[in-house]
Design a protein around this ligand. Structure first.
Ligand SMILES: [Zn+2]
Length: 417
């Protein structure tokens, strides 16, 4: 939003620019002294505060906080761009202002005033007509968390639903993250119905991981100089992390976009990596895959992008209890969950997504009209394990399945999974 700054605001902006320069220099020096490690904003504030107070003691004490945060952020982004620590020269007049230092009021005539506390009990008003098309939309559902004030414009950052204030979606989606795909089961709260489960392959991520592990192996074999090898390997790791992160960003955006008004349910992070406990012996290769897949990062991205609340459920026992009947599950092979009570073999990951969804539903205290278990009884077939060929004796084939004619139909139906 454009606005006309008063003299006091201009003076304040200039003072804060000077303070920012000082804080930058201070952070730069301490980084140079200490192994190129940038101080965190809190540590920096400890150093800058005495100077700030002696020089700008009139200003409200809070103003030193955004100065220190901005200084560290600027140095960080500059270091990223130049690949070394460079002291940026600040020319523009711009300062972030924390929420405790301003208040927004509508004036009734269509204009909005932001009251900024420059000094204790000494306010300046920034008045403008909100013409931005997002203004009404955002101010209806969120509030301004921070403003960025320049000598010409005011930028407002809205927080739309802070954590805990986000609402549950009208649809719940339990997702099981595994190393090759994301399996999901969704429950439509409006219709009170379970939807067909689906899986999303993670080809891009698997590909990146595979490429890089191959690249690393090559380096380990062919670069003799241990020092050089070390740097090369570290470089590869960094690049790999960026590529994976990028792929995760795309994937999470896609998933959030494809599932509007949906509450995502994930397994709580603790335990995901050792799901199945000690009873299960996993191959080393599989373990590395599991460890490399940055589950946590993906969950955080989805949580942050989704406009609905995200739930986390305990992963304990998701793979040992049958979500359809409550019976005990066995795993004759990694991909299979066998339930004796149901008498069938399920696709392990799909069934896990159902278990996660169920836990999420329970966590919500059943806010929907659910006819509980009855809802997924007829859905059972959708979770069945599909052997590549209909040949008895293969992994995933049980006597019961082979003998039940209606079951084998179902199996046939699910072979495209
Ligand atoms: Zn069962």
């Amino acid at each position: 939003m454009k606005y006309q700054p008063s003299d006091d605001i201009l003076k304040y902006l200039k003072d804060m620019r000077d303070a920012l320069r000082e804080a930058l220099a201070c952070a730069y020096v301490s980084a140079k002294d200490g192994n190129n490690l940038l101080p965190n904003p809190v540590a920096l504030r400890r150093k800058v505060k005495p100077w700030f107070d002696s020089r700008y003691g009139d200003y409200a004490k809070h103003h030193v906080n955004p100065v220190c945060r901005t200084a560290v952020a600027l140095l960080k982004s500059n270091r990223k761009r130049h690949r070394r620590l460079v002291l940026p020269h600040v020319r523009k007049l711009a300062i972030r202002i924390d929420s405790e230092l301003f208040r927004v009021t509508g004036n009734g005539d269509g204009t909005v005033s932001v009251r900024v506390t420059l000094k204790p009990f000494n306010y300046e008003y920034v008045t403008f007509t909100p013409r931005h098309k997002k203004w009404t939309e955002y101010s209806a559902v969120g509030e301004i968390s921070e403003i960025l004030l320049t000598d010409k414009k005011l930028y407002a950052t809205f927080v739309v639903g802070v954590d805990g204030e986000k609402f549950l979606g009208r649809r719940l989606l339990g997702s099981d993250l595994n190393f090759k795909k994301v399996d999901s089961s969704a429950f439509d709260g409006v219709k009170g119905r379970l939807e067909s489960p689906w899986g999303k392959p993670l080809k891009r991520i698997v590909q990146v991981q595979r490429d890089f592990s191959r690249r690393r192996r090559r380096l380990q074999l062919h670069v003799r100089n241990p020092q050089k090898r070390g740097t090369k390997l570290a470089e590869t790791r960094g690049r790999q992390r960026n590529r994976v992160k990028d792929a995760l960003q795309k994937l999470s955006t896609e998933i959030v976009r494809e599932n509007p008004d949906t509450t995502f349910i994930f397994e709580g992070l603790k335990g995901i990596r050792d799901r199945g406990g000690k009873q299960e012996t996993k191959s080393k290769k599989l373990r590395t895959y599991l460890n490399r897949w940055p589950y946590g990062m993906f969950q955080r991205m989805v949580e942050y992008k989704s406009r609905c609340r995200t739930l986390y459920v305990s992963p304990r026992g998701t793979s040992s209890k049958c979500p359809v009947c409550g019976g005990r599950l066995k795993h004759p092979a990694w991909a299979i969950s066998r339930c004796k009570t149901c008498g069938v073999d399920y696709d392990r990951d799909r069934l896990a997504s159902l278990a996660i969804l169920q836990r999420g539903l329970r966590l919500c205290g059943q806010p929907f009209a659910v006819s509980a278990g009855a809802s997924w009884q007829p859905m059972k077939d959708e979770y069945l394990y599909a052997p590549g060929e209909r040949k008895a004796g293969r992994a995933g084939w049980t006597e019961q399945v082979a003998n039940a004619p209606n079951r084998s139909d179902a199996l046939h139906k699910t072979t495209h999974f």
